[in-house]
Design a protein around this ligand. Sequence first.
Ligand SMILES: [Zn+2]
Length: 354
Amino acid sequence: MAIGELAGKAQTVLGLIEGDSLGITLPHEHLLLDGRTIFTEPSGASEKGLARQPVDWGNLSWLRYHPYENLDNVCLLDEQEAIEEAMLFKKGGGSTIVDLTVVGIGRDPRALARISRTTGLNVVMGAGYYVRSSLGSEISAKTEEEICQEIVRDIAVGVGDTGVRAGIIGEIGCSWPLHDDERKVIRAAAHAQQRTGASINMHPGRNREAPFEIIEILGEAGADLNRVVISHIDARIRDHSERSRLARMGCCLEYDLWGWEGHFPCYWTADDFLDLPNDTQRIYEILQLAEEGDLNQILISHDICAKSKRVRYGGWGYCHISNYVVPMMHKRGVAPEVIDTLMVENPRRLLCFV
Ligand SMILES: [Zn+2]
């Protein structure tokens, strides 16, 4: 397909659609994910045992504090389970899910197409690479231009021989400190954006400086920062003036951990300023940004990336924002047009190629 055909349209795993057909959109989720590549081995013997237990009622409490330290919990490998969980979002009025599972964490284009056909939901697939630790050594041998061409091919032709095309670049995985190969992928993503008109979603490393470093590299590489989304703002930038500073740089701020109100494991990062707000705080933070004119740069989603975040395991699932956050917003006086901007207009603008 010629790149020129993309302009003004969104690309789902089943083909091009008009932006108006996207409707209520979750811009950062994972329907399928193989997180074994990013699993962190606990050091103590008893926790090594817990790390290998299947998820069940006996370990759900431990998983609240250690969501990514259990091999089974970080594996979303069951297509039927993904369909059933995604249907809860559809029943709540949703119509589009952006699946940002990229290379390194088990991207599965054909399965995403089947999930889209079965559920009737639009599914948009990501392109690019997750954090360096999820990848083999081949990434080090690739040039910036080769990585850029791969991303462009995923968008214009499709992944491998599947014919399933990506509709967004990312989430591009970054660590803290940033690995040289990650820097190379960031630059490749910027060039692929210039060639395709796609938007880019970035996963910053666990440090409050990480988003700023990423924006600087993208800017130097010529990215359109108005079409760059910084993920996990709710667990990266806990200071309003810093969020404003980031918004001034032109990028979008994504609150994508709605429903996760618990404990942010302190052993994950040396940055003592990282923490998690609860959903009410998220609403007030967004209202403050909106009052200062940044509403058009905010996205909201759940980033469901572990079993314990799904409904069948006692979590909140893809339907949490529609079923629980929107009524909470109404109660706190958030205007319907504001909610529409967050859930429909902003994702549509970013998913339509330019
Ligand atoms: Zn994610």
